[in-house]
Design a protein around this ligand. Structure first.
Ligand code: C5P
Length: 233
C-alpha cells in the first residue's frame, strides 16, 4: 500500500466550495484532510459527504469530543457512517471516556488531544493542575493509549517526550508547524515540518502555510503544497 503523505491539510473554512477547491488543488501531495468544528457545525455530516463525493480523501474529523462515556459513545455512533480515519476526543475526558469511543468503533483511530497549546502553566495552575504542560501532556497521552487511543495530538515541542512515553506504535500528529519561510501568525510555539518529523511525528497538521496561497492563485496554492511535500521526502 502506498504510504500516505505526512501532511494533513486543515480545511479551516466554512465555505464548501472553497474547501472543495483546496482539496482538488492539493490532492496530488496530500491524502488526509482535517475537518473541524467550523465546517462541521455549519454544514454537518451532509456537507461533509458532499465534499467527499466530489473528491476521494482520508478524513481527520476534529470534533474534540469531551463528555461522559455514554454520550461520547453515542456521538461516535452518529458519525461512524463518515468513516473517519482519525476522530479526536479530549484526553482530559478520562480513560473510560476514551475507551467508550474506542469500543463503539474499533476501526476508527480514536485520537486523543492532550493539552491545548493555548494553555500555559499559569492557566493550568488556576485550573488546579500542578503539573507542567509537558508532564500533563505525557500523563494524558499514556492514559489515553492505555484506554485504546491509537493516535495522539500534541505540540511539536512535546513529540519527542511523548514518543518515548507511548512507544513506536502510536501515531503522533502535530499542529503548530511552520516552514522557515512562513509567517508564524497566531501560533507561538512552532517547529519546522522537517524537525517535527525528525522528533518522531507521523503527521503534521498544516493550514495557513498552504491555504493562504489560495488568495494569490490556485496554481500558487497547488505549487506550495507540492513544495512542502517534496521538502519532507
Ligand atoms: O493555519 P495553521 O497551520 O496554524 O492551522 C493549524 C490547525 O491546527 C488549525 O486547524 C488549528 O485549529 C489546529 N490546531 C492548532 N493548535 C493546536 C491544536 C489544533 O493549531 N494545539
Amino acid at each position: 500500500m502506498k504510504s500516505l503523505s505526512p501532511i494533513i491539510l486543515a480545511l479551516d473554512t466554512d465555505d464548501i466550495s472553497v474547501a472543495q477547491s483546496w482539496i482538488e488543488l492539493t490532492r496530488e501531495s496530500i491524502d488526509i484532510y482535517k475537518v473541524g468544528l467550523e465546517f462541521f457545525l455549519k454544514h454537518g455530516a451532509t456537507g461533509l459527504q458532499r465534499l467527499r463525493e466530489s473528491s476521494n480523501f482520508e478524513l481527520f474529523l476534529d470534533l474534540k469530543l469531551h463528555d461522559i462515556p455514554n454520550t461520547v459513545s453515542g456521538a461516535v455512533a452518529s458519525i461512524s457512517h463518515l468513516s473517519p480515519r482519525f476522530l479526536t476526543v479530549h484526553a482530559a475526558g478520562g480513560a473510560k471516556m476514551v475507551q467508550a469511543a474506542v469500543d463503539k468503533r474499533p476501526e476508527i483511530a480514536i485520537t486523543a488531544v492532550t493539552v491545548l497549546t493555548s494553555l500555559d502553566q499559569e492557566q493550568l495552575l488556576a485550573m488546579g493542575v500542578a503539573l507542567t504542560p509537558i508532564d500533563y501532556a505525557i500523563a494524558l497521552a499514556k492514559n489515553s493509549v492505555a484506554a485504546g487511543a491509537r493516535a495522539i495530538v500534541c505540540s511539536p515541542l512535546e513529540v519527542e517526550a511523548i514518543r518515548q512515553a507511548v512507544g513506536p506504535g502510536i501515531e503522533l500528529i502535530t499542529p503548530g508547524v511552520r516552514p522557515l519561510d512562513a509567517e508564524v501568525g497566531d501560533q507561538s510555539r512552532v517547529m519546522t515540518p522537517q524537525d517535527a518529523l525528525s522528533a518522531g511525528a507521523n503527521y503534521l497538521v498544516i493550514g495557513r502555510p498552504i491555504t493562504s496561497y489560495y488568495q494569490k492563485s490556485s496554481e500558487a496554492m497547488r505549487e506550495r503544497a507540492i513544495e512542502i511535500r517534496e521538502s519532507l521526502r
